[in-house]
Design a protein around this ligand. Structure first.
Ligand SMILES: Cc1cc2nc3c(=O)[nH]c(=O)nc-3n(C[C@H](O)[C@H](O)[C@H](O)COP(=O)(O)OP(=O)(O)OC[C@H]3O[C@@H](n4cnc5c(N)ncnc54)[C@H](O)[C@@H]3O)c2cc1C
Length: 469
């Protein structure tokens, strides 16, 4: 290990970096190496040649330059949540931003500055006490950077747009080590690419984020036995496609837990859960949700007011670090009765009690943001469907992966095209092209050629520079 104070223990094969680096460098065998190389998905047990735990943009710059001279491939770790495990690779230099998690808030401007290693919880902790939030994902231990750069769906997206729509500016370390500001006036093309183009164009060390005013929300959940779920799904479809932008109704199929509000007969059984979150005045929430739960009357229900911070933390326990995960996702044009029947087939066929199927109607302000303002593709996708297998025993890898694939493949007649880039995993390179569609992908290739012509940043859902194609 090479300490921050420059003390080296054992063989120092990375002295070239140590002289310029203020953070911590970890090599195989160093104390802490095995903890820091871990990512959220326990499937990816990889051993980088070196981990550079950066404290500043200058550290990131030194690390990326050093990787070039040492001939080491580069990976970038934000929150370590990407299901494909792209933050870590065997034999690479991992640029770890997890020590860079400071957030400051300008209350008057309703803007936050968040460092590139922040988790969503770090941003929420700084903003929600002031009644402010940046729209982001639904599990608060997810990394801000990976999520925002790929898009960022969450509870506030239908009302205000995606996380990437809230990136006002960014400090970025480019693949050649230079540090630039991406703003509407300076490197505006880079800012466009950071809004949905993934981690392809540079390493973001600081985001400037627009915040929105949030207060308490109304949160209501209904549970349905699968035998009665077809009707509930039909009502969900009508309700969701006509819901107010303050309403966000989502569905999930998973094994029901032992909770007081769930009928005992459903404990341990696969069930459908429909959730309505109302962002308007909370006292109006129950009335606003009647259009769903009044028609699809649940077997058990939960109805309450939550602070926005409580809402954000609701998903935190269901997807813990270290379990094995495999995710497939697609956009759907519709949930016809036949598509709904296919959902239920997957739910009945599930191989692990920890797995889930999630779906939601999107649109709202996601489509309100002009398409040209960001690299994010397919804003008009009506539904997103995600099958997430979670298990613990490596011997069960094959059956869980097969279930996930089957779940999405059997919905092929309703596929809308493309996929959410942050859920693309172990697919051929052509999939990323399909995600962005041909015209946008070509624009992104040109941008990649400009900012990372040697494809240094390629451990990601990769956009290939034009010349390397
Ligand atoms: C439990 C869970 C819940 C999720 N919920 C949602 C959700 O509600 N909404 C949603 O939209 N997505 C969601 N996601 C998907 C999530 O957006 C992606 O997994 C995302 O990649 C996570 O970002 P990260 O920083 O944690 O990833 P990492 O694994 O750290 O990084 C993934 C990639 O992002 C890039 N990257 C990371 N940091 C930087 C940086 N600072 N600069 C440049 N590139 C960087 C790199 O290419 C890296 O390979 C969820 C994922 C999980 C595991």
């Amino acid at each position: 290990m090479i300490d921050v104070d420059g003390q080296s223990r054992g063989h120092d094969s990375h002295a070239g970096l140590r002289t310029q680096f203020t953070g911590q460098l970890l090599s195989p065998g160093d104390a802490g190496y095995d903890d820091v190389r871990k990512v959220w998905n326990g499937m990816h047990d990889r051993r980088p040649a070196l981990i550079a735990r950066c404290l500043t943009a200058e550290d990131v710059s030194a690390a990326v330059r050093y990787a070039g001279t040492a001939g080491l491939p580069v990976t970038v770790r934000g929150g370590g949540h990407n299901v494909a495990g792209t933050a870590v690779a065997d034999g690479a230099l991992m640029i770890d931003l997890s020590l860079m998690r400071a957030v400051s808030v300008d209350l008057a401007a309703e803007v936050a500055e968040a460092e590139g290693g922040c988790l969503l919880a770090d941003v929420d902790a700084a903003t929600t006490p002031h009644g402010l939030a940046c729209p982001a994902g639904v599990v608060s231990h997810t990394g801000l950077a990976g999520l925002a750069l790929g898009g960022g769906y969450g509870w506030l997206a239908r009302k205000w747009g995606l996380t990437c729509d809230h990136i006002l500016a960014a400090e970025v370390v480019l693949a050649d080590g230079s540090i630039v500001q991406a703003t509407p006036d300076e490197h505006a093309d880079l800012l466009w690419g950071l809004r949905g183009g993934g981690g392809n164009f540079g390493i973001v060390t600081r985001f400037r984020l627009r915040l929105r005013q949030v207060g308490s929300v109304h949160h209501q959940v209904g549970v349905y036995p699968l035998d009665e779920a077809a009707r509930a799904l039909a009502e969900y479809r009508v309700f969701a496609e006509n819901q107010h932008p303050d309403m966000h109704a989502v569905g999930c199929m998973k094994i029901a837990g032992r909770q007081d509000w769930i009928p005992r007969s459903l404990w341990g059984q696969p069930a459908l859960f429909l959730t309505a979150v109302w962002l308007g005045a909370p006292e109006q929430g129950p009335e606003a949700a009647t259009g769903l739960f009044g028609k699809a009357v649940p077997a058990g229900s939960l109805s309450r007011q939550l602070t926005y911070a409580e809402l954000q933390a609701l998903g935190d326990h269901g997807e813990p670090h270290g379990n094995r995960y495999f995710t497939k996702s697609c956009y759907l044009g519709d949930i016809s009765p036949e598509a709904a029947a296919a959902f239920l087939t997957s739910a009945r066929d599930v191989r692990s009690p920890l797995s889930s199927i999630d779906f939601e109607y999107l649109r709202g302000e996601i489509t309100g943001v002009p398409d040209a303002e960001s690299a994010f593709p397919r804003r008009d996708a009506p539904y997103i469907y995600t099958a997430s297998a979670q298990w613990t025993d490596p011997a069960q890898d094959a059956e869980n992966i097969a279930w996930t694939r089957r779940s999405v493949e059997q919905l092929e007649p309703w596929h809308y095209g493309g996929a959410y880039v942050n859920y693309v995993q172990d697919e051929p390179a052509a999939k990323v092209r399909e995600v962005y569609r041909e015209d946008r992908y070509r624009n992104l290739m040109a941008l990649k050629s400009q900012y990372d012509p040697a494809n240094v940043l390629r451990s990601n859902q990769n956009i290939v520079p034009a010349r390397a194609e």
